[in-house]
Design a protein around this ligand. Sequence first.
Ligand SMILES: [Zn+2]
Length: 500
Amino acid sequence: MRIAIGSFVQESQFFSPVKGSWQHFGPEQIVRGQAMLDAASGTRSEVAGAMDAAAQRAVWLVPLLRAMSSSSSGPIAREVYESIRDELLARLREALAEPVDGVLMVMHGAMSAEGYNDATGDVLQRARQIIGPLTPLVATLDLHANITRSMCEAADGLVGYLTFPHVDLYETGARGMQLLLDTASGKVKPTIAMAKLPMIIPAENAQTTQGIIHDLLQTAQAHLKTPGIRDISIFPMQPWMDTPEAGCAVVVVAEEAQRAHATHIAAQLADIWWRRRREHQVELAPTKQTIAEALVSERKPWVLADSADAPSSGAPGDSTVTLQALLDAQPAKDCYTNIVDPQAVAALIEAGVGNEATVSLGACSGTTLYRPITVTGRIRLISDGAFVHKGEGLRGATMRRGRTVVLQAGRVHVVVMERACLQWDPELYRSVGLEPTDAQIVIVKSPAGFRAAYSPFAAEIRVLDAPGVCTPNLTALPYARIPRPMWPFDPIDDWRIARA
Ligand SMILES: [Zn+2]
């Protein structure tokens, strides 16, 4: 069998002041043809999982292109999106010079571009037009995807991560490939049932390790024992999708003969989720008070999440709020934090390692939620900023945050970076000589993804109440395009009032 595999991954944050651009899709972020498989080999990525699943069944893979944004941002600029999409599709067309038995698309599912609210659906629809109605098409998605009718129509199967923090990228790739191969070989003829809930929830309390999403996945697991029910994904959409089809969803992939039963399962899971929706509300810790409490604690480290400025959620990573609060506290113990500011990096490198310097830090994205601050400190280290993920989720993946400087002001160690990057892994600090277990306070700019790697050694974990475009306080955000009524903005009794 001959299977084409492609990938286009970006997560859009509609309230971010930063548009998705070529900066996010630099030469390192786009790999073509065989290089796509070479780069994935041995990692824990979806593509690696798909490759290994294919290898077990003697499948010939035709790698198209893999484009992955270096971080979340606002919707992608139209010409950037169309250029990448069209190259991916052109490669798919070329692959069809010989018969292709199926197509696997590794996507995020919450990708938007100028003129394309649902860019994932757009890519899948166009791929479907190219391959025709009979060739199987399966897409893998992030758990935070926004599932649309367009995606369900275009694909034979949609398969999402079952973990948050995300540690099953590899397994999701393998699941997607297995479903595709079973479809291509005629073993199954899948159909997709979706229940869409008129509900937007913050990411902080949507982990799969405990609570409502965990319980839903357990119930889903029991349904998978029913013959013909092939795959179930729960999609608590990331909350910053200000689009007309926004909402959480349950997706059941089943044999066509089991369509009615699949629809029933999706609705039943949606019922349970809807009844327990209030459990998603987040208790936030007041920033100053929590820092004070952490500094007098006997236990360390306190891992404090500034989720409102999380680059993984699409924030610029340049908030000065927690940094200022740390400096104000004049700690007698080591505290680690980080901030994006390319101009400050240049100035600090110019000043030179070992020297003292005074720089303006933060707020370079132009948000009105916080202001730049002036910091004087000693330059302890200068680095190219690259580090390799060692935690489960993205083990082996290299993160690039541009040139990076450690600036020490008193006992506050600030990692100043040229670009935002994922903050799931303590290597963010370790790679620049800062050991999180030695610190009293470690700031992570992430809603929950950091928990997988930090929980094993954190003395305390708190989510801070700080301003930022990714605040979990959703009613404070200027949504304009989501369908109404929508919980928690409007009172709704029954989720079924949602679009059919
Ligand atoms: Zn996600």
